[in-house]
Design a protein. Structure first.
Length: 244
């Protein structure tokens, strides 16, 4: 994970990663998903995962975030103080990486019940050491940009529609200044106006130097933001992509 002369070192390097799932309802049968996956993401770059539904795109993000284990290979994340291999890191190291380096916007909002929306969004900034009032102010700015009016801020997001919950999820994922972001179809349930807001938020992160690895359902969003597209089907665990 060494940058060449005049080239910034990657914030993320995935090297030779393979993954199979054990199907316990099928007598422990192993289902290969990915084989020898390799990719890099540099600061200020948006890399998009391509491929058909079921190719393993979301699994890639979950392995990087530490939600799924890795069978073989390395997932090298550049953090303050050095590089950590997320494939072999301890749970404590993974949690530390999530706090200071790596953000994740999943397809579904997971929040503590009955917590006001503005506090759900502000939480990552509070965890990073921000003052409570400043964190809530920034959360309110993001919620306003994403069309969540102030009258809703003190309500828990569980009372919202699916599209509103996704916008809360996006605000929460973008509030902290993380040098690396994982985005799993953040615009899938949004209208045209809010898709444009997300495109603007992503561009702001890229301009600030964050690296982004993303899955975009919308071709227009992908075309607007992708610096490179990595076809995950090239790394199919059943060997279909071996010749690609």
């Amino acid at each position: 994970m060494n940058g060449g002369a005049g080239v910034s070192a990657p914030i993320l390097a995935v090297e030779g990663v393979s993954k199979a799932f054990t199907i316990h309802l099928r007598d422990g049968r192993r289902l290969p998903v990915l084989h020898d996956l390799g990719l890099e993401v540099h600061p200020g770059e948006c890399v998009v995962l391509g491929g058909a539904s079921g190719a393993g795109k979301s699994s890639v993000l979950k392995m990087i975030y530490g939600s799924y284990g890795v069978d073989t290979g390395r997932i090298l994340l550049r953090r303050p103080g050095g590089v950590v291999d997320l494939a072999t890191a301890s749970p404590r190291e993974v949690l530390a990486a999530r706090r200071d380096t790596m953000g994740y916007v999943s397809q579904f909002l997971r929040a503590v019940p009955r917590v006001p929306t503005i506090d759900v969004v502000a939480e990552p900034l509070r965890e990073a050491g921000a003052d409570a009032d400043a964190a809530r102010e920034r959360a309110g700015e993001l919620l306003t940009r994403l069309g969540i009016g102030e009258r809703l801020w003190e309500l828990p997001p569980a009372t919202f529609s699916g599209g509103e919950q996704q916008r809360v999820n996006i605000a929460r994922g973008f509030i902290a200044d993380r040098p690396f972001l994982l985005l799993d179809e953040p615009t899938a349930s949004l209208d045209a106006r809010n898709r444009e807001v997300v495109i603007a938020l992503v561009r702001e992160k890229l301009a600030a130097g964050s690296g982004i690895l993303a899955i975009f359902h919308d071709a227009d969003v992908r075309d607007a933001l992708a610096d490179r597209v990595v076809d995950v089907e090239r790394f199919a665990g059943d060997g279909r992509g071996a010749a690609a």
